[in-house]
Design a protein around this ligand. Structure first.
Ligand code: FES
Length: 214
């Protein structure tokens, strides 16, 4: 379950997918063979979260159970297992820091500490203005560019330092465009900071241009 679980909030009395969301729901369900529509539970939870201000109310889980003709508890089990689903309101910018070993070894602790100090909140908390929620999660699958933070489930910022992560916070708060991906300026996508090394000579002799090289 996400660490950003607030206790003092109200659940809405009902939930319905908007017509736009319903189109997405139908498209997802159509991908599965008849009788296996329950396999669509994860994308449907995601669509509900996107529609509902980045968190999933209980009524949405009930609606998903109804649409997929599956027991409510099965939907609850999935939603409470994965940190990608928020079951309580979060800030406008939900920042999920990976603190698993590779990120930790590369300085996630310092990056988190810099954010906590800058925002005046701890992991698991939301700023009083509702702008930021900080949480820690397990591996986000981008270890090669550790340390990593994910914003609102689908934007990644990588190679974090205490300095560049504070700049990220300031840009998000100001509504400025901030580049995704590696923040150190030296790395090309997920290649090593030393540039291409494997099969380098072979690529050259075959006339293949290596990305990031002149
Ligand atoms: S350990 Fe942080 S992304 Fe994998």
């Amino acid at each position: 379950m996400s660490h950003a679980q607030k206790r003092d909030f109200e659940q809405p009395a009902s939930f319905t997918f908007t017509p736009e969301s319903m189109k997405e729901v139908d498209a997802v369900i159509a991908k599965y063979p008849k009788g296996y529509q329950a396999s669509a539970v994860m994308p449907l939870l995601w669509i509900a979260q996107r529609q509902h201000d980045n968190w999933i109310p209980e009524k949405a889980m009930e609606e998903i159970a109804r649409i997929l003709d599956m027991p409510k508890i099965k939907v609850f089990e999935v939603a409470t297992f994965y940190t990608m689903y928020n079951l309580a309101p979060v800030g406008k910018h939900h920042l999920q820091f990976c603190t698993t070993t590779p990120c930790w070894l590369r300085g996630s602790g310092e990056a988190v500490e810099a954010c906590e100090k800058h925002l005046g909140i701890k992991l698991g908390e939301t700023t009083p203005d509702g702008e930021f929620t900080l949480t820690d999660v397990e591996c986000l699958g981008a270890c090669v560019n550790a340390p990593v933070v994910q914003r609102n489930g689908d934007e990644f910022y990588e190679d974090l330092t205490p300095e560049n992560v504070v700049q990220l916070l300031d840009d998000l708060k100001a509504g400025k465009k901030h580049p995704h991906g590696s923040q150190d300026g030296a790395r090309h996508k997920s290649s090593g900071v030393e540039g291409a090394t494997c099969l380098h000579e072979q690529a050259k002799s075959a006339g293949i241009k290596i990305a990031g090289e002149k």
